[in-house]
Design a protein around this ligand. Structure first.
Ligand SMILES: NC(=O)c1ccc[n+]([C@@H]2O[C@H](COP(=O)([O-])OP(=O)(O)OC[C@H]3O[C@@H](n4cnc5c(N)ncnc54)[C@H](O)[C@@H]3O)[C@@H](O)[C@H]2O)c1
Length: 354
């Protein structure tokens, strides 16, 4: 056990159990404790992972001997309170997405983590996905101009009782778009529907505006808990190619269509006239490194703790995504009117009061 970092997993529902499995498999870590409010989940942990201490009390988990790092995998609206307590207890924390459900809370956690010299990381799992890495290679490779990108994340549920489908599903896509474009959106526009007649949106259509180097880039995200067709697809359309990521396609997760259209200045005609140049080429499925994204993410968290490096998915990145979701909320209430994504509120506040 020497050299192994002690981990506690707080929240062991559908997704949390994956963290228990992954950390049990990593040689540099040891799952010391699992905390969940549901007794049946603790029984399941004891059955599958004998030797792991189980408790329904967060403080008891935080006080267990050997716990240095905490994974927060509870329902979204509890992320802030649980993470705050873990940081106060001097632990490094990896929080599932969304980091919090309010950006002021995210800011408080970032400050608290800094004051404790603790690593605070958000679980934007797709940033650790080999297919998304391949997409980024194409986006960054040379002369290709990204025109726009769009994604679909639909299924029948699972329906959450604390956040709507946009807060539940869109953090993945916003985090991927931000990562691919190395940027954050300036504005959003969102409409939603409550088709299942519960009190929160179960369907959403979100547009996002990014500032690009050469031209502004529009993104679009469709999420739904009410669509019998399960989709986990993201498409980047560029001047030279179209790149598709399909998380449900186990054989060809990324497909590249070497086709595109671009406007080139026509010769020898008058200023401002353009000619459309069409490119038609192969359809390629690039070879991808075989790795489990969650395991890559968990390993990276350990590396950041031992090296002191800032995580690839830092709490700041998590906060940016939360700000986008807050703007989406504002646009929803305005039935799709474009809303600016708030710049750093604390900075604005500081500037006004200075
Ligand atoms: N990164 C991904 O791909 C991915 C996938 C699924 C879920 N998630 C995220 O993981 C989190 C959990 O999702 P899930 O699908 O496992 O939900 P879930 O409802 O199945 O599990 C949540 C668990 O947390 C427990 N819990 C809640 N508050 C608690 C507290 N204060 N102390 C201890 N236990 C508590 C509940 O009893 C429950 O068992 C969410 O934030 C979700 O957004 C991420």
């Amino acid at each position: 056990m020497a050299g192994q970092l002690g981990v506690a997993v707080v929240g062991c529902g559908y997704w949390g159990m994956n963290y228990v499995r992954v950390y049990s498999e990593l040689p540099d870590a040891r799952v010391v404790c699992v905390c969940d409010q549901r007794q049946e989940r603790l029984e399941e942990v004891s059955r599958r992972f004998p030797g792991v201490h189980v408790t329904s009390q967060l403080d008891s988990a935080l006080q267990q001997d050997g716990v240095e790092a905490v994974i927060v995998c509870t329902n979204a609206t509890t992320h802030y309170a649980v993470t705050h307590r873990a940081l106060m207890a001097g632990k490094h924390v990896l929080v599932e997405k969304p980091l919090t459900t309010a950006s002021v809370e995210a800011e408080r956690l970032i400050e608290l983590a800094a004051s404790k010299s603790a690593v605070l990381m958000v679980g934007h799992t797709f940033v650790y996905n080999a297919g998304i890495h391949k997409m980024k290679e194409y986006v960054e490779a040379g002369r290709d101009q990204v025109y726009y990108l769009y994604s679909s994340r639909t299924n029948l549920g699972p329906i959450r009782t604390d956040v709507n489908a946009l807060w539940d599903l869109a953090p993945h896509d916003v985090a991927i778009f931000n990562y691919l474009l190395d940027s954050t959106p300036r504005w959003v526009s969102a409409v939603g529907a409550k088709v299942l007649r519960n009190c929160r949106e179960d369907v959403g259509f979100i547009s996002l505006g990014y500032k690009g180097d050469r031209m502004d880039i529009v993104g679009h995200i469709h999420v739904s808990w009410a669509d019998p067709h399960k989709a986990r697809e993201l498409v980047v359309v560029g001047s030279d190619r179209r790149v598709v990521f399909d998380d449900l396609n186990g054989i060809e997760q990324v497909r590249v269509f070497e086709k595109g259209v671009k406007a080139t200045p026509a010769e020898p005609v008058t200023y401002g006239e353009y000619r459309l140049q069409i490119r038609d080429g192969d359809i390629v499925s690039p070879r991808l490194e075989v790795s489990e994204p969650l395991k890559n993410q968990c390993r990276h968290f350990l590396e950041c703790i031992t090296s002191g490096a800032v995580p690839i998915t830092s709490a700041r990145d998590g906060e940016q995504v939360v700000k986008v979701l807050e703007a989406i909320d504002r646009s929803l209430t305005l039935r799709g009117a474009p809303v600016e994504v708030m710049e750093d509120i604390s900075n604005e506040h500081w500037k006004q009061s200075a």
